[in-house]
Design a protein around this ligand. Structure first.
Ligand code: GLN
Length: 381
């Protein structure tokens, strides 16, 4: 007999597509991870940390010097103040930070507001923590319907999950939108759990705004981010959660018994990452901007309907007209016959809207994207 909780969700479709991609030797534009090297200095620091014997548990909440650097970064970049001693928790990726936050906040039956489309994990996060997700669909341009959002709140609402810049849509929430969300959360005494893992991947001069920096939100927000995307080290599994001390002590308790702590030598290297100059982040955004345009052009040429993402490194595209397959069948066709793997849109929607979409990542070398473009030309629709 298995638990009811595991019946509520399926294995990750994103990672399933990676396995299919390997099977068919396809180009993996499904799972969002770079196929190019991580920064040299980071790799050297990590390797020497192991040789210098940073090989035992670090403090459960995260190495002290790393928490100090994260606190400074949060002040400078996110305009939020959190005490490294009592308000910062280093986790095994932002995935663990999100799950630990949900487990710390939710009682069985509490409701959680989630915008649709949403990142695949938030469904299982809700299921495991016992939350009932209340999906609020964004419009076709990913704008918020204020009435729909307001009516999603009720006495059972405990939290709202935000993700900006957004995976899969590429939406970057504006200050006005964040203010609207903040006001509703304050009025309804709701905590925001915000996943800001793509905070440095923004285009066309957009600025990242952390909802915790808005008036009245510092004490009712758990801000989650990590090193995977900004420093191209998705396999290191280092993330963190920032929250006022009562929330943090609950998150820390869960984290302690879930994983004890994040990998010690890699935490050591992450200190060096946070000391990179501003030019590193400018170059990162510039690099992804080029890749964004490359993939957008390739998909458009192949007949997909696309919007230019405002941030993050995905394009959520409409399946070309004339294709007589749903997202699952078409994704299987693409990986096995065209040689390009993507994620079926239904992974990101509760409604049927996702069945006409595929998500592609452009977190790949230009040559990988160009080869994908060549293969996409084979799509005869
Ligand atoms: N965040 C990445 C994506 O959306 C990787 C997902 C994962 O495998 N954890 O593709």
């Amino acid at each position: 007999m298995l638990s009811r909780r595991v019946e509520l969700f399926v294995e990750s479709v994103i990672r399933d597509m990676t396995r299919l991609s390997l099977k068919y030797d396809a180009i993996n534009l499904a799972q969002g991870f770079p196929d190019f090297p991580a920064p040299e200095e980071l790799k050297r620091t990590a390797a020497s940390a192991i040789m210098e014997d940073y090989n035992q548990y670090s403090i459960t909440w995260g190495a002290k010097d790393l928490r100090a650097e994260i606190s400074q970064k949060a002040r400078k970049y996110n305009h939020i103040e959190y005490d490294p001693e009592s308000e910062i928790t280093v986790t095994c990726g932002s995935t663990e930070a999100m799950m630990a936050s949900m487990l710390a906040l939710i009682n069985e039956g509490d409701e959680v507001v989630v915008f649709e489309p949403f990142y695949e994990n938030y469904g299982p996060d809700a299921a495991v923590s016992g939350a009932v997700p209340r999906f609020v669909p964004l419009d076709d341009d990913y704008g918020i319907d204020e009435d729909a959002l307001a009516s999603a709140f009720n006495k059972k609402t405990r939290a709202l999950i935000l993700n900006t810049p957004n995976n899969p849509s590429g939406k970057v929430f504006t200050k006005g939108e964040l203010k609207l969300i903040a006001d509703l959360c304050i009025d309804n005494d709701v905590i925001v759990v915000t996943d800001e893992i793509y905070e440095h991947i923004l285009y066309d001069d957009r600025k990242h705004i952390s909802i915790a920096s808005l008036d009245g939100m510092g004490d009712r927000t758990i801000t989650i981010s990590g090193f995977s995307k900004t420093y191209s080290v998705t396999g290191w599994r280092i993330g963190y959660a920032l929250a006022e001390k009562n929330l943090t002590s609950a998150v820390r308790k869960v984290h302690d018994f879930l994983t004890v702590g994040a990998p010690a030598p890699l935490q050591h290297a992450c200190v060096a990452a946070l000391r990179f100059p501003d030019s590193y982040y400018e170059e990162l955004a510039r690099m992804y901007d080029g890749k964004r345009k490359l993939l957008y052009n390739a998909l458009t040429k192949a007949g997909f309907g696309c919007q230019m993402p405002e941030g993050a490194y995905y394009i959520l595209a409409d399946i070309p007209e004339g294709v007589d397959m749903d997202d699952m069948d078409f994704a299987r066709y693409m990986v096995s016959k065209v040689g390009v793997a993507a994620v079926p849109g239904s992974s990101f929607y509760r409604s049927k809207k996702g069945r006409h979409k595929l998500r592609f990542t452009f977190s790949k070398k230009d040559e990988t994207l160009m080869e994908a473009a060549r293969r996409l030309e084979r799509l005869n629709v």
